[in-house]
Design a protein around this ligand. Structure first.
Ligand SMILES: [Zn+2]
Length: 542
């Protein structure tokens, strides 16, 4: 008998069949199972912040279909999760994975942290506002391991309308920006992001940004901002962010909240008070923060904004010109004084092969070896590398970091991207947060430092971001919700990535499920790409 005929026959007549044919029969048997997958015996933290319950979770067609005692439930597959905590998948609300997910769709460094959704388009920099649909399509066509969503960048919008120029926008230009934002929102952007320490977004006035954000007024769309300043002018910057949200009648989300520089560490209570006052006045504020005391950026961020206007070519001209160079040096040394010293600046990635040995070393250490002047070294490195140099700056305070991470309206977020320990994404010394953020919060800050309870932190990683960014049907373990799930060992979970050896996956994240499909199994990637694009539905008022 031909195999196909045999299978057909046995399926029809209900013959009991040998193990060898089982695999071939899966498709015809699928219908007969009430569930696709049952996860048994875990302690469930459902995302609400409530204490855990021991229960089984059944999944059907990508959704949570049942919850409770399901010992005898029949399913295509059942997995024993005894000893593990099962939580909704973590939502990373500030990420830079745009290009990375197209290089490696497996999202290795994120999915292995338990992240099931990434929100792109941060710091004012996003897809072209008129191309969200086609950009989203690229990811859907290629397949991705995690879900993605995106905000539209105010910097990107301004660049489309005005180029890189540093001047006030005219009313006609503002109207054009609003209409572009409207296009992006209609194509699924969740809100508008800004990066006011960067060009050209930082050239916009408070009023210009408020007028732009009015395109979302009265809707659930929000303004997510990398504020104009995070150090000496921090309080002024928070005040501006609140004014924009209030003026446009929308929610505010502060990206990577921090008090940068030793002399600003005491400002946190004042910042919290501003936030609380806005909440009381019926506004809404949330924030995010990565669990590290060093930030990561381009080395050029040590130089003043005006010196970088007009792009890399002009910036390098100014670094070479004797008239401008002195002013740049003065401003740079001021920034170093704020950080503390050149010991606080670590070079993390360069482009040129001959400079690679500098990666992972502080500027103080590099110039100590060569007896060079530190500023002069940084200036010539930027010129030589054509500004392709990244750094981390150790400027934050540990106690502030704990208070921010513990704040009930703060969600942990990586500000990193989906990298991998192999291939083209295994390059340089990126900030370890791309690999370690969520396990580090669970290991260091919850298990060891006990800044908040585990159920509360899970809430801050799941339902809080899902609600805030209007990701319907996600962020909870409940019937009818999408089956984005993570199972981890609460005693073992920890980050392993360090500043000098960042390309290391964490430990203790054992199972990760996205839209009902198992992507991480016994801490290994299954190769599955079940992620989807999550489009927002913000009503734009152009
Ligand atoms: Zn940022």
């Amino acid at each position: 008998m031909k195999r196909r005929t045999f299978i057909k026959k046995s399926a029809v007549t209900g013959f009991s069949i040998g193990l060898g044919a089982m695999g071939l029969l899966t498709a015809s048997c699928r219908e007969s199972y009430p569930f696709d997958l049952v996860l048994k015996g875990a302690l469930i933290l459902d995302g609400s912040g409530n204490e855990g319950i021991r229960a089984d979770v059944a999944i059907k067609d990508g959704k949570i279909a049942a919850l409770g005692k399901l010992k005898d439930a029949s399913a295509r597959r059942s997995v024993d999760l005894s000893g593990l905590v099962l939580a909704p998948g973590f939502i990373d609300v500030h990420t830079h994975s745009e290009s990375k997910l197209l290089v490696n769709p497996k999202a290795e460094s994120k999915i292995r942290q338990g992240v099931t959704t990434e929100i792109l388009g941060q710091d004012g920099d996003s897809f072209h506002p008129e191309e969200f649909s086609s950009e989203f399509q690229k990811y859907e066509n290629a397949g991705i391991a995690v879900n993605i969503a995106s905000t539209v960048g105010q910097g990107t919008i301004r660049k489309v309308v005005m180029g890189m120029t540093d001047r006030a926008a005219t009313p006609a230009e503002i109207a054009k920006m609003r209409s572009l934002a409207g296009v992006a929102l209609r194509q699924g952007a969740l809100g508008i992001s800004s990066g006011l320490e960067y060009t050209p977004g930082g050239f916009a006035s408070t009023q210009e940004i408020t007028e732009l954000c009015k395109v979302m007024q009265g809707s659930q769309g929000l303004y997510a901002t990398h504020m104009r300043n995070e150090d000496d002018k921090l309080v002024e910057a928070v005040t501006e962010a609140v004014a924009i949200a209030r003026g446009a009648n929308i929610g505010l989300h502060i990206s990577h909240l921090k008090c940068q520089g030793r002399r600003n560490w005491h400002k946190l209570p004042e910042v919290f008070a501003l936030i609380a006052a806005f909440q009381r006045a019926d506004g809404s504020v949330t924030m995010d923060r990565y669990p590290y005391v060093a930030y990561s950026t381009g080395l050029s961020s040590l130089m003043p904004l005006w010196s970088r206007e007009g792009g890399t070519g002009k910036f390098i001209e100014r670094l070479k010109s004797p008239e401008t160079e002195t002013r740049i040096k003065q401003a740079t040394l001021k920034k170093i004084a704020l950080l503390g010293s050149w010991d606080s600046v670590m070079i993390t990635s360069v482009n040129l092969e001959k400079n690679k040995s500098m990666q992972g070393k502080t500027v103080a250490r590099i110039v100590g070896e060569s007896k060079q002047d530190a500023y002069e070294f940084v200036r010539s490195l930027i010129i030589e590398e054509e500004n392709q140099v990244s750094m981390v700056g150790f400027g934050m305070n540990e106690d502030n970091t704990k208070q921010i991470l513990a704040h009930p309206f703060c969600m942990p977020a990586s500000d990193g991207s989906a990298l991998a320990t192999y291939g083209p994404l295994n390059q340089g010394n990126p900030h370890p947060r791309s690999y370690g953020t969520f396990p580090r919060v669970l290991g260091k800050y919850v298990r060891e430092e006990k800044i908040v309870s585990l159920p509360e932190m899970i809430r801050k990683m799941t339902s809080l971001p899902a609600t805030r960014f209007s990701l319907a049907g996600r962020g909870h373990i409940a019937e009818g919700f999408m089956a984005d799930l993570v199972a981890f060992d609460p005693e073992k979970v920890r980050d392993k990535a360090t500043y000098s050896q960042p390309h290391q996956y964490p430990e203790g994240i054992e199972w990760v499920i996205v839209n009902g499909d198992v992507v991480v199994e016994h801490s290994e990637h299954s190769g599955k790409l079940p992620g989807r694009v999550l489009r927002g539905s913000v009503e734009a008022v152009v």
